[in-house]
Design a protein around this ligand. Structure first.
Ligand code: HAM
Length: 424
Protein backbone atom coordinates (compact mmCIF):
# COMPACT_ATOMS: atom_id res chain seq x y z
CA UNK A 1 0.00 0.00 0.00
CA UNK A 2 1.38 3.41 -0.86
CA UNK A 3 2.11 5.81 2.01
CA UNK A 4 0.82 8.85 0.09
CA UNK A 5 -1.62 10.95 2.11
CA UNK A 6 -4.92 10.83 0.25
CA UNK A 7 -7.30 12.78 2.42
CA UNK A 8 -7.00 16.10 4.18
CA UNK A 9 -9.52 18.01 6.21
CA UNK A 10 -11.55 20.46 4.14
CA UNK A 11 -10.20 24.01 3.73
CA UNK A 12 -11.35 26.14 6.63
CA UNK A 13 -12.57 23.11 8.57
CA UNK A 14 -9.57 22.15 10.70
CA UNK A 15 -9.31 19.36 13.24
CA UNK A 16 -9.44 20.59 16.79
CA UNK A 17 -6.32 19.09 18.31
CA UNK A 18 -6.12 17.92 21.95
CA UNK A 19 -4.76 21.19 23.44
CA UNK A 20 -7.45 23.30 21.78
CA UNK A 21 -10.13 20.70 22.52
CA UNK A 22 -9.12 20.85 26.18
CA UNK A 23 -9.26 24.65 26.22
CA UNK A 24 -12.57 24.65 24.36
CA UNK A 25 -14.00 22.31 26.95
CA UNK A 26 -12.77 24.54 29.76
CA UNK A 27 -14.25 27.65 28.13
CA UNK A 28 -17.60 25.98 27.46
CA UNK A 29 -17.78 24.68 31.03
CA UNK A 30 -17.10 28.16 32.45
CA UNK A 31 -19.66 29.64 30.06
CA UNK A 32 -22.23 27.10 31.25
CA UNK A 33 -21.60 28.06 34.88
CA UNK A 34 -21.68 31.79 34.19
CA UNK A 35 -24.81 31.68 32.02
CA UNK A 36 -26.65 29.58 34.60
CA UNK A 37 -25.73 32.23 37.20
CA UNK A 38 -27.48 34.74 34.94
CA UNK A 39 -30.54 32.45 34.68
CA UNK A 40 -30.00 30.97 31.21
CA UNK A 41 -30.87 27.36 30.32
CA UNK A 42 -29.07 25.38 27.66
CA UNK A 43 -30.61 24.51 24.32
CA UNK A 44 -29.09 22.31 21.62
CA UNK A 45 -30.59 22.82 18.21
CA UNK A 46 -29.69 20.67 15.18
CA UNK A 47 -26.88 21.71 12.86
CA UNK A 48 -29.23 21.33 9.88
CA UNK A 49 -32.39 23.40 9.44
CA UNK A 50 -34.74 24.23 6.60
CA UNK A 51 -32.94 26.88 4.53
CA UNK A 52 -35.87 29.25 5.04
CA UNK A 53 -35.10 29.47 8.77
CA UNK A 54 -31.89 31.30 7.86
CA UNK A 55 -32.90 33.23 4.75
CA UNK A 56 -35.97 34.65 6.50
CA UNK A 57 -34.12 35.68 9.64
CA UNK A 58 -30.59 36.61 8.57
CA UNK A 59 -31.80 38.35 5.41
CA UNK A 60 -31.68 37.30 1.75
CA UNK A 61 -29.34 40.18 0.80
CA UNK A 62 -26.66 39.45 3.38
CA UNK A 63 -23.28 37.94 2.47
CA UNK A 64 -24.04 34.98 4.74
CA UNK A 65 -27.18 33.99 2.84
CA UNK A 66 -26.02 35.10 -0.62
CA UNK A 67 -22.55 33.59 -0.62
CA UNK A 68 -21.68 31.62 2.46
CA UNK A 69 -24.36 29.10 3.37
CA UNK A 70 -23.84 25.38 2.88
CA UNK A 71 -27.22 24.50 1.38
CA UNK A 72 -28.29 21.15 -0.05
CA UNK A 73 -31.38 19.55 -1.45
CA UNK A 74 -32.24 16.51 0.67
CA UNK A 75 -33.60 13.23 -0.68
CA UNK A 76 -37.15 14.51 -0.32
CA UNK A 77 -36.35 17.61 -2.40
CA UNK A 78 -36.36 20.07 0.52
CA UNK A 79 -33.68 22.75 0.74
CA UNK A 80 -31.74 22.41 4.00
CA UNK A 81 -28.68 24.28 5.26
CA UNK A 82 -25.92 23.87 7.80
CA UNK A 83 -26.46 26.56 10.40
CA UNK A 84 -24.30 29.64 9.83
CA UNK A 85 -25.22 31.00 13.29
CA UNK A 86 -27.35 30.08 16.31
CA UNK A 87 -30.01 32.77 16.74
CA UNK A 88 -32.35 31.79 13.89
CA UNK A 89 -32.71 28.20 15.10
CA UNK A 90 -33.24 29.28 18.71
CA UNK A 91 -36.09 31.56 17.61
CA UNK A 92 -37.52 28.74 15.47
CA UNK A 93 -37.42 26.48 18.56
CA UNK A 94 -38.92 29.21 20.80
CA UNK A 95 -41.93 29.46 18.51
CA UNK A 96 -42.18 25.72 17.76
CA UNK A 97 -42.27 24.79 21.46
CA UNK A 98 -44.78 27.50 22.31
CA UNK A 99 -42.53 29.15 24.90
CA UNK A 100 -44.03 32.48 23.89
CA UNK A 101 -47.17 31.38 25.77
CA UNK A 102 -45.25 31.45 29.04
CA UNK A 103 -44.94 34.73 30.87
CA UNK A 104 -41.67 36.60 31.04
CA UNK A 105 -38.38 36.05 29.37
CA UNK A 106 -37.12 32.81 27.88
CA UNK A 107 -33.36 32.83 28.44
CA UNK A 108 -31.36 30.29 26.48
CA UNK A 109 -27.70 29.61 25.80
CA UNK A 110 -25.99 27.32 23.32
CA UNK A 111 -22.61 26.28 22.05
CA UNK A 112 -21.58 24.36 19.00
CA UNK A 113 -20.27 24.39 15.45
CA UNK A 114 -21.45 26.88 12.83
CA UNK A 115 -20.67 26.84 9.10
CA UNK A 116 -19.94 29.71 6.73
CA UNK A 117 -18.19 29.36 3.39
CA UNK A 118 -15.94 32.38 3.94
CA UNK A 119 -12.36 32.84 2.76
CA UNK A 120 -10.34 31.26 5.58
CA UNK A 121 -7.72 33.32 7.40
CA UNK A 122 -6.52 33.74 10.97
CA UNK A 123 -9.62 33.82 13.17
CA UNK A 124 -11.93 33.07 10.26
CA UNK A 125 -12.90 29.53 9.39
CA UNK A 126 -15.61 27.72 7.53
CA UNK A 127 -16.45 25.53 10.49
CA UNK A 128 -16.13 27.47 13.71
CA UNK A 129 -17.76 27.37 17.13
CA UNK A 130 -19.93 29.86 18.91
CA UNK A 131 -21.13 30.20 22.47
CA UNK A 132 -24.24 32.34 22.53
CA UNK A 133 -27.17 33.56 24.59
CA UNK A 134 -30.63 34.76 23.63
CA UNK A 135 -33.12 36.48 25.96
CA UNK A 136 -36.50 36.30 24.22
CA UNK A 137 -39.82 37.87 25.19
CA UNK A 138 -38.89 41.36 26.36
CA UNK A 139 -37.51 44.67 25.26
CA UNK A 140 -35.79 46.71 27.91
CA UNK A 141 -32.40 48.42 28.20
CA UNK A 142 -31.84 46.53 31.47
CA UNK A 143 -31.99 43.26 29.51
CA UNK A 144 -29.43 44.62 27.03
CA UNK A 145 -27.23 45.76 29.91
CA UNK A 146 -27.47 42.37 31.61
CA UNK A 147 -26.50 40.63 28.38
CA UNK A 148 -23.47 42.87 27.94
CA UNK A 149 -22.61 42.39 31.59
CA UNK A 150 -22.71 38.59 31.15
CA UNK A 151 -20.10 38.62 28.40
CA UNK A 152 -17.85 40.99 30.37
CA UNK A 153 -18.28 38.67 33.39
CA UNK A 154 -17.43 35.56 31.36
CA UNK A 155 -14.34 37.08 29.74
CA UNK A 156 -13.06 38.40 33.07
CA UNK A 157 -13.77 35.03 34.67
CA UNK A 158 -11.66 33.38 31.96
CA UNK A 159 -8.80 35.76 32.71
CA UNK A 160 -9.19 37.65 29.41
CA UNK A 161 -8.22 41.30 29.70
CA UNK A 162 -7.72 44.08 27.17
CA UNK A 163 -11.05 43.60 25.39
CA UNK A 164 -13.20 46.57 24.34
CA UNK A 165 -16.96 46.84 24.25
CA UNK A 166 -18.15 48.83 21.24
CA UNK A 167 -21.72 50.09 21.24
CA UNK A 168 -24.17 51.62 18.82
CA UNK A 169 -27.86 51.57 17.97
CA UNK A 170 -29.54 50.84 14.68
CA UNK A 171 -32.93 52.05 15.92
CA UNK A 172 -36.27 50.52 14.98
CA UNK A 173 -37.36 49.63 11.45
CA UNK A 174 -38.68 53.16 10.79
CA UNK A 175 -35.43 54.77 12.02
CA UNK A 176 -33.45 52.49 9.77
CA UNK A 177 -35.59 53.36 6.78
CA UNK A 178 -35.04 57.10 7.25
CA UNK A 179 -31.33 56.55 7.85
CA UNK A 180 -31.04 54.36 4.75
CA UNK A 181 -32.53 57.22 2.71
CA UNK A 182 -30.01 59.69 4.19
CA UNK A 183 -27.12 57.31 3.58
CA UNK A 184 -28.20 56.64 -0.02
CA UNK A 185 -28.42 60.40 -0.63
CA UNK A 186 -24.95 60.89 0.88
CA UNK A 187 -23.45 58.11 -1.25
CA UNK A 188 -25.33 58.93 -4.47
CA UNK A 189 -22.59 61.18 -5.92
CA UNK A 190 -19.75 59.07 -4.48
CA UNK A 191 -20.39 55.71 -6.11
CA UNK A 192 -17.29 56.06 -8.32
CA UNK A 193 -15.20 56.33 -5.14
CA UNK A 194 -16.57 53.02 -3.85
CA UNK A 195 -15.47 49.46 -4.64
CA UNK A 196 -17.55 47.32 -7.00
CA UNK A 197 -19.14 45.40 -4.10
CA UNK A 198 -20.23 48.62 -2.41
CA UNK A 199 -21.73 50.06 -5.62
CA UNK A 200 -23.85 46.91 -5.72
CA UNK A 201 -24.60 47.11 -1.98
CA UNK A 202 -25.81 50.70 -2.44
CA UNK A 203 -28.74 49.38 -4.45
CA UNK A 204 -29.44 46.16 -2.54
CA UNK A 205 -28.61 46.80 1.11
CA UNK A 206 -27.05 50.21 1.59
CA UNK A 207 -26.20 49.75 5.30
CA UNK A 208 -23.71 47.04 4.33
CA UNK A 209 -21.52 49.72 2.70
CA UNK A 210 -20.61 50.83 6.24
CA UNK A 211 -19.13 47.38 6.88
CA UNK A 212 -16.63 47.53 3.97
CA UNK A 213 -13.03 47.24 5.12
CA UNK A 214 -11.47 48.42 1.82
CA UNK A 215 -9.34 51.55 2.19
CA UNK A 216 -11.00 53.13 -0.84
CA UNK A 217 -14.43 52.90 0.81
CA UNK A 218 -13.22 53.78 4.30
CA UNK A 219 -12.61 57.43 3.40
CA UNK A 220 -16.17 57.72 2.08
CA UNK A 221 -17.62 55.88 5.10
CA UNK A 222 -15.83 58.15 7.58
CA UNK A 223 -17.90 61.12 6.34
CA UNK A 224 -21.23 59.24 6.31
CA UNK A 225 -24.12 60.52 8.46
CA UNK A 226 -24.26 59.12 11.98
CA UNK A 227 -27.09 56.60 12.42
CA UNK A 228 -27.59 57.60 16.06
CA UNK A 229 -28.80 61.04 14.92
CA UNK A 230 -31.75 59.37 13.17
CA UNK A 231 -33.15 57.49 16.15
CA UNK A 232 -36.80 58.16 17.09
CA UNK A 233 -37.52 59.45 20.61
CA UNK A 234 -38.21 55.92 21.98
CA UNK A 235 -35.05 54.35 20.51
CA UNK A 236 -32.92 57.33 21.53
CA UNK A 237 -34.20 57.01 25.12
CA UNK A 238 -33.57 53.24 25.21
CA UNK A 239 -30.04 53.80 23.93
CA UNK A 240 -29.35 56.56 26.41
CA UNK A 241 -30.80 54.45 29.27
CA UNK A 242 -28.56 51.55 28.28
CA UNK A 243 -25.47 53.76 28.35
CA UNK A 244 -26.47 55.12 31.76
CA UNK A 245 -26.95 51.63 33.19
CA UNK A 246 -23.55 50.54 31.86
CA UNK A 247 -21.95 53.65 33.37
CA UNK A 248 -23.61 52.96 36.72
CA UNK A 249 -22.43 49.35 36.61
CA UNK A 250 -18.93 50.57 35.72
CA UNK A 251 -18.89 48.53 32.52
CA UNK A 252 -16.74 50.63 30.21
CA UNK A 253 -17.59 50.87 26.52
CA UNK A 254 -16.91 53.03 23.48
CA UNK A 255 -19.44 54.18 20.95
CA UNK A 256 -18.78 53.32 17.32
CA UNK A 257 -20.89 55.31 14.92
CA UNK A 258 -20.56 53.19 11.78
CA UNK A 259 -21.11 49.78 13.35
CA UNK A 260 -23.29 47.51 11.25
CA UNK A 261 -23.83 43.83 11.59
CA UNK A 262 -23.61 41.09 8.98
CA UNK A 263 -27.12 39.91 9.81
CA UNK A 264 -30.25 41.91 8.98
CA UNK A 265 -32.36 41.11 12.04
CA UNK A 266 -30.95 43.73 14.44
CA UNK A 267 -32.96 46.65 15.75
CA UNK A 268 -31.97 48.96 18.62
CA UNK A 269 -28.72 48.58 20.54
CA UNK A 270 -25.93 46.55 18.95
CA UNK A 271 -22.48 45.77 20.28
CA UNK A 272 -19.18 44.13 19.49
CA UNK A 273 -16.44 42.91 21.78
CA UNK A 274 -13.05 43.36 20.16
CA UNK A 275 -9.56 42.33 21.17
CA UNK A 276 -6.26 43.73 19.84
CA UNK A 277 -4.69 40.25 19.61
CA UNK A 278 -7.18 39.27 16.92
CA UNK A 279 -5.90 41.52 14.11
CA UNK A 280 -8.21 41.93 11.12
CA UNK A 281 -10.90 39.61 12.49
CA UNK A 282 -11.08 41.68 15.66
CA UNK A 283 -14.58 40.76 16.85
CA UNK A 284 -14.45 38.29 19.70
CA UNK A 285 -18.21 38.47 20.18
CA UNK A 286 -21.12 40.40 18.75
CA UNK A 287 -24.82 40.81 19.22
CA UNK A 288 -27.64 43.14 20.04
CA UNK A 289 -31.38 43.62 20.10
CA UNK A 290 -33.55 42.08 17.39
CA UNK A 291 -37.12 42.97 18.26
CA UNK A 292 -38.80 42.15 14.94
CA UNK A 293 -37.46 38.64 14.43
CA UNK A 294 -39.86 36.49 16.47
CA UNK A 295 -42.82 38.03 14.63
CA UNK A 296 -41.10 37.71 11.27
CA UNK A 297 -40.54 33.99 11.96
CA UNK A 298 -44.26 33.47 12.66
CA UNK A 299 -44.40 34.12 16.41
CA UNK A 300 -45.84 36.95 18.48
CA UNK A 301 -44.54 40.50 18.45
CA UNK A 302 -42.03 40.23 21.30
CA UNK A 303 -38.58 41.66 21.72
CA UNK A 304 -35.34 39.72 21.98
CA UNK A 305 -31.62 40.28 22.33
CA UNK A 306 -28.48 38.16 22.48
CA UNK A 307 -24.93 37.67 21.33
CA UNK A 308 -22.48 35.03 20.24
CA UNK A 309 -18.85 34.61 21.09
CA UNK A 310 -16.44 33.01 18.62
CA UNK A 311 -14.82 30.15 20.52
CA UNK A 312 -11.76 29.82 18.23
CA UNK A 313 -11.16 33.57 18.49
CA UNK A 314 -11.41 33.33 22.26
CA UNK A 315 -8.79 30.57 22.17
CA UNK A 316 -6.49 32.80 20.11
CA UNK A 317 -6.79 35.49 22.77
CA UNK A 318 -6.30 33.09 25.67
CA UNK A 319 -3.24 31.37 24.21
CA UNK A 320 -2.53 28.22 26.12
CA UNK A 321 -3.46 29.65 29.49
CA UNK A 322 -4.99 27.00 31.69
CA UNK A 323 -4.28 24.17 29.27
CA UNK A 324 -2.38 21.10 30.14
CA UNK A 325 -2.10 17.76 28.45
CA UNK A 326 -3.98 15.04 30.25
CA UNK A 327 -1.96 14.35 33.39
CA UNK A 328 -0.33 10.99 32.75
CA UNK A 329 -1.71 8.49 35.23
CA UNK A 330 0.10 5.48 36.64
CA UNK A 331 1.46 3.02 34.11
CA UNK A 332 0.84 -0.68 34.74
CA UNK A 333 3.72 -2.39 33.03
CA UNK A 334 3.59 -6.18 32.53
CA UNK A 335 7.14 -7.51 32.29
CA UNK A 336 6.20 -10.36 29.99
CA UNK A 337 3.29 -11.77 28.01
CA UNK A 338 2.17 -14.00 30.89
CA UNK A 339 1.67 -10.98 33.15
CA UNK A 340 -0.61 -9.15 30.69
CA UNK A 341 -3.91 -10.70 31.86
CA UNK A 342 -3.24 -9.82 35.49
CA UNK A 343 -1.92 -6.35 34.56
CA UNK A 344 -5.08 -5.68 32.54
CA UNK A 345 -7.22 -6.73 35.54
CA UNK A 346 -5.21 -4.61 37.99
CA UNK A 347 -5.43 -1.51 35.73
CA UNK A 348 -9.23 -1.94 35.54
CA UNK A 349 -9.46 -2.39 39.33
CA UNK A 350 -7.37 0.73 39.98
CA UNK A 351 -9.53 2.81 37.62
CA UNK A 352 -12.64 1.50 39.38
CA UNK A 353 -11.11 2.91 42.59
CA UNK A 354 -10.68 6.27 40.83
CA UNK A 355 -6.94 5.94 40.18
CA UNK A 356 -6.04 7.22 36.67
CA UNK A 357 -3.93 4.53 35.06
CA UNK A 358 -3.11 2.91 31.76
CA UNK A 359 -1.69 -0.43 30.82
CA UNK A 360 1.52 -0.42 28.81
CA UNK A 361 0.90 -2.16 25.46
CA UNK A 362 4.28 -1.59 23.87
CA UNK A 363 6.55 -4.41 22.77
CA UNK A 364 10.01 -2.89 23.21
CA UNK A 365 12.52 -3.95 25.84
CA UNK A 366 11.83 -3.41 29.55
CA UNK A 367 14.56 -0.74 29.64
CA UNK A 368 13.09 1.02 26.60
CA UNK A 369 9.62 0.97 28.13
CA UNK A 370 10.90 2.48 31.39
CA UNK A 371 12.74 5.17 29.42
CA UNK A 372 9.52 6.02 27.57
CA UNK A 373 7.55 6.14 30.86
CA UNK A 374 10.11 8.64 32.15
CA UNK A 375 9.90 10.74 28.99
CA UNK A 376 6.08 10.78 29.20
CA UNK A 377 6.32 12.27 32.69
CA UNK A 378 4.85 9.25 34.52
CA UNK A 379 5.22 9.69 38.25
CA UNK A 380 4.53 6.06 39.00
CA UNK A 381 5.02 2.77 37.19
CA UNK A 382 3.49 -0.42 38.55
CA UNK A 383 5.72 -3.26 37.47
CA UNK A 384 4.16 -6.70 37.20
CA UNK A 385 5.95 -9.96 36.51
CA UNK A 386 5.43 -13.59 37.50
CA UNK A 387 7.10 -12.92 40.88
CA UNK A 388 4.65 -10.13 41.77
CA UNK A 389 1.67 -12.18 40.61
CA UNK A 390 2.81 -15.17 42.72
CA UNK A 391 3.23 -12.96 45.82
CA UNK A 392 -0.05 -11.12 45.24
CA UNK A 393 1.90 -7.85 45.40
CA UNK A 394 2.60 -5.04 42.97
CA UNK A 395 5.97 -3.39 42.55
CA UNK A 396 5.36 0.36 42.69
CA UNK A 397 8.20 2.47 41.31
CA UNK A 398 8.40 6.17 42.12
CA UNK A 399 9.89 7.58 38.92
CA UNK A 400 11.20 10.71 40.60
CA UNK A 401 13.14 9.03 43.44
CA UNK A 402 13.68 5.68 41.75
CA UNK A 403 12.41 3.97 44.93
CA UNK A 404 10.57 0.64 44.44
CA UNK A 405 8.08 -0.71 46.99
CA UNK A 406 6.15 -3.98 46.92
CA UNK A 407 2.54 -3.31 47.91
CA UNK A 408 -0.77 -5.15 48.18
CA UNK A 409 -3.44 -3.96 45.77
CA UNK A 410 -5.35 -2.16 48.56
CA UNK A 411 -2.19 -0.39 49.65
CA UNK A 412 -1.53 0.77 46.07
CA UNK A 413 -5.02 2.23 45.75
CA UNK A 414 -4.67 3.99 49.15
CA UNK A 415 -1.21 5.28 48.19
CA UNK A 416 -2.64 6.97 45.06
CA UNK A 417 -5.70 8.36 46.79
CA UNK A 418 -3.51 9.86 49.56
CA UNK A 419 -1.07 11.34 47.02
CA UNK A 420 -3.93 12.84 45.06
CA UNK A 421 -5.26 14.47 48.25
CA UNK A 422 -1.78 15.96 48.74
CA UNK A 423 -1.94 17.28 45.13
CA UNK A 424 0.87 15.07 43.83
P1 HAM B 1 -21.78 37.22 14.19
O1 HAM B 1 -21.23 38.59 14.39
O2 HAM B 1 -22.00 36.80 12.80
O3 HAM B 1 -23.13 37.16 15.01
O4 HAM B 1 -20.85 36.15 14.89
C1 HAM B 1 -20.55 36.24 16.27
C2 HAM B 1 -19.10 35.86 16.52
O5 HAM B 1 -18.82 34.59 15.93
C3 HAM B 1 -18.09 36.80 15.87
O6 HAM B 1 -17.87 37.93 16.67
C4 HAM B 1 -16.87 35.92 15.78
O7 HAM B 1 -16.19 35.88 17.04
C5 HAM B 1 -17.45 34.55 15.51
N1 HAM B 1 -17.38 34.23 14.08
C6 HAM B 1 -18.23 34.61 13.10
N2 HAM B 1 -17.84 34.13 11.92
C7 HAM B 1 -16.72 33.42 12.14
C8 HAM B 1 -15.81 32.66 11.32
N3 HAM B 1 -16.03 32.52 10.01
N4 HAM B 1 -14.75 32.06 11.90
C9 HAM B 1 -14.53 32.18 13.23
N5 HAM B 1 -15.34 32.87 14.06
C10 HAM B 1 -16.41 33.48 13.53
C11 HAM B 1 -23.95 36.07 15.06
O8 HAM B 1 -23.66 34.99 14.64
C12 HAM B 1 -25.23 36.34 15.80
N6 HAM B 1 -26.05 35.14 15.77
C13 HAM B 1 -24.94 36.80 17.22
C14 HAM B 1 -26.20 37.07 17.99
C15 HAM B 1 -26.80 36.24 18.87
N7 HAM B 1 -26.93 38.15 17.88
C16 HAM B 1 -27.99 38.03 18.68
N8 HAM B 1 -27.92 36.88 19.27
Amino acid sequence: MSGTLKYKSLRGMPDILPKDACLMHLVEERARTVFRMFGYNEIRTPVLEETGVFTRSIGADTDIVEKEMYSFTDRGGASISLRPEGTAAVIRAYIEHGWHNAEGLTKLFYSGPMFRGERPQKGRQRQFHQIGVEAIGGSDPYIDAEIISSIAFLLTDLGVSGFSILLSSLGCGRDRESYQKKLTAYLSDKSSALCGDCSRRMKKNVLRVLDCKKEKCQSVISGAPDIREYLCAGCAKDYSDLKNILHEEEISFHEKKDMVRGLDYYTGAIFEITHPLLGAQSALAAGGRYDGLVKKMGGPDVGAAGYALGTERLLLVMGEKGVADAVPGALVLPIDNEARTEAFRIAAKLRAKGVPCEMDHSVRSFKGRMRKAHKDGRKTVIIMGSEEIKNGKLLVKDMETGEQTAMLFEEVADHFIKNEAKGQ
